[in-house]
Design a binder for this molecule. Sequence first.
Ligand code: 6PG
Length: 240
Amino acid sequence: MIPLPTNSEILADSDAVARAAAERLTALCAAAPDRPIAVCLSGGSTPKRLYALLAGPDYRGALPWARLHWFFGDERHVPWDDAASNVRMVRDAFADAPIPPGNLHGIPANGSLAEDTAAYEAALKAFYGAAALDRNRPLFDLVLLGLGEDGHTASLFPGRAAVDESRAWVAPVPEAGLAPFVPRITLTFPALASAYSVLVLVTGEAKRTPLQRLAEGEDLPAARITGPVTWLLDRAASDT
Ligand code: 6PG
């Protein structure tokens, strides 16, 4: 068994991981019954199961869709109808979930990388209502993150400048460290940490290696995930 990050929960399989995350979201919504709820979505393949679960019969009726706002932790800088787009993946996974059009806040991909990065930071600040993060008033209710096989999270790849960004909320990543090798836009660690709850969803045997490297103390980007973090791992990833 791999020594696991602190605040790890081991679940039987990827379905159980998705369900645990869904339970966390519904609890957060119930605890804040009279205000907008902001969720920062992860891209990639792991969270697809969660998004479909939320839109499905087990959770659809429990969620306050009208006041749920969905943001993105990162995006591939491609058109939203591109197969690599996280907006496309999320729209497909949420299928016919009753998300009001103005509640899905995709990272723009129609200007330059710099323009779209600045536009998303402005959109986040407009939603938050301030230009500086207040540690007593998180930007997000829930941040969902994944773990790449190289130890990245969001689009914060090893060796890229965005990993060290400590002021901006959003940063450009001209060269991705893993496929798809397209320019990326990512939230930075200060923005990702500004949350009531941060869940890192890690499933599958392929994630044993980055988990092992984290356990050995490597300064991988995912080692810098902070805030109220819980790692939700399945047995395959945690080698248990
Ligand atoms: C992305 C994600 C990325 C993802 C990891 C894990 O845009 O690709 O935000 O950070 O979470 O790469 O991806 P999988 O879930 O596909 O293993």
